[in-house]
Design a protein around this ligand. Structure first.
Ligand SMILES: [Zn+2]
Length: 77
C-alpha cells in the first residue's frame, strides 16, 4: 500500500498518462480508499482539467467514473 505522499507524487504522472501499469494500479488503488490526499485542491484542479481535455473513449469508463466521484467528493469539502 502506498502512502498519500507517494500517491500524490504519482498522481501527476498518472494524470499525464506516463506511469507504468503497476504504478497506475497503485494510484487507482489508493484513490479507491483515500479521497482526501494532501494537496487535494491542487489535485482537483488538475483532475478537472484532465477530465475536460480527454474524450470519453480515451478513458476506461470505470476510471472516469471513479475520478469524477473523487472530484465530486473533493468539491464538497
Ligand atoms: Zn491519500
Amino acid at each position: 500500500m502506498i502512502t498519500c505522499a507517494e500517491a500524490v507524487k504519482q498522481l501527476w504522472d498518472y494524470l499525464d498518462g506516463i506511469v507504468e501499469e503497476s504504478e497506475r494500479e497503485l494510484v487507482e488503488e489508493h484513490l479507491s480508499f483515500c479521497r482526501r490526499c494532501c494537496g487535494e485542491l491542487e489535485f482537483a484542479e488538475k483532475l478537472r482539467r484532465f477530465l475536460g481535455s480527454h474524450a470519453d473513449d480515451e478513458l476506461p469508463p470505470a476510471v472516469r467514473a471513479r475520478l469524477t466521484a473523487t472530484l465530486d467528493e473533493l468539491g464538497q469539502t
